[in-house]
Design a protein. Structure first.
Length: 325
């Protein structure tokens, strides 16, 4: 089969190599999956750079979430078992962690309903307790993680403010359903949020960026608000001023979705059922901005790493026709 492999640490576009390799062998409790679609996540780039918390042995194949097909034709979504990731024609995954792909979504959309939407659901509902009528601020609202949070926030009945960088991403955020969009390149984020909320601030802030975005969050979070820390796409990990949290009575909440797979897997299945229902009702629909062939994976991962994409970019190892393409 064909698979992308990383033999040395560096930028994705430089260290990912497409090669003919043997199909991975499934171990105990695992299944071999034919990859129908693999979505690109920012952690794929971090793994190539050696900066992710999970460091698979070299060489490894990136690709953390897929829509795959079992030998008996079942369409499923899964996290491939590294080092055999999803940017390949075949991958292996733990059988117990397979989830049925939603009938309402095609292959690329189904794959995208996994990590980003699970993260959003756990962050907004399990950790922050977002309620209808509250104001949700989402940083990087046009990105893969942010776009999921926007849709989930709207589905929960929140007023959603999206922060983006650039006019093109602002247009995407509006299409996603943001009630207000702030272009951080053209506007003062802090002043805009305070004006939009009558000085009160946002009840819940969803931050996959860190750095300056976190500093802005601390200044616009409402009394008894909640800041959900999802990641650090900016490359800068902030050091919160805890005395400030005390003064405004707000909470700083961490969210590492992957831990639930071992700590409380029943919650992961419950979340999947909730997301499948939302997809069936049309309340959420993953934004897949690009669908590229397997040969284009390295370039696509690099563009995600550079922050120039919107929504999710899907890699399609086998060209298909029709609704499941």
């Amino acid at each position: 089969m064909q698979a992308w492999q990383v033999h040395e640490i560096g930028e994705p576009g430089e260290v990912m190599r497409l090669a003919d390799v043997a199909r991975p062998a499934s171990g105990d409790g695992q299944v071999l999956l034919k990859v129908r679609a693999a979505n690109i996540n920012f952690p794929d780039a971090l793994m190539c750079r050696g900066q992710y918390q999970v460091r698979p042995p070299l060489p490894f194949t990136p690709g953390l979430e897929i829509c795959g097909e079992t030998e008996d034709g079942r369409r499923v979504i899964a996290n491939p078992a590294l080092p055999y990731g999803g940017f390949a024609e075949y991958a292996v995954a733990d059988a117990a962690a397979l989830r049925d792909a939603p009938d309402a979504l095609d292959d690329a959309e189904s794959a995208a309903l996994h990590i980003g939407y699970q993260t959003g659901w756990f962050g907004l509902h399990r950790r922050a307790g977002l309620e209808a009528g509250e104001t949700l601020l989402v940083h990087a609202a046009a990105g893969g993680v942010g776009s999921a949070a926007v849709q989930l926030g709207k589905a929960a009945g929140a007023t959603v403010i999206g922060v983006v960088g650039g006019a093109a991403k602002a247009a995407v955020a509006r299409e996603l359903g943001c009630d207000m969009v702030i272009d951080r390149r053209e506007q003062d984020v802090i002043a805009a949020v305070k004006e939009a909320t009558g000085g009160r601030g946002a009840d819940v802030i969803y931050d996959p960026v860190g750095g300056q975005a976190y500093a802005q969050s601390a200044k616009v979070v409402a009394f008894e608000g909640r800041i959900v820390i999802v990641g650090f796409a900016s490359g800068t990990i902030p050091s919160p001023a805890l005395n400030h949290a005390l003064v405004k009575n707000y909470s700083i909440l961490g969210l590492h979705w992957g831990l639930y797979n071992t700590k409380n897997p029943k919650l992961v299945q419950h979340c999947h059922e909730q997301l499948t229902d939302l997809a069936a009702r049309g309340a959420v629909k993953p934004l897949v901005s690009e669908r590229v062939p397997l040969a284009g994976a390295a370039d696509a991962v690099q563009r995600v790493a550079d922050g120039v994409t919107t929504g999710r970019v899907a890699v399609l190892p086998v060209p298909r026709n029709g609704a499941t393409a």
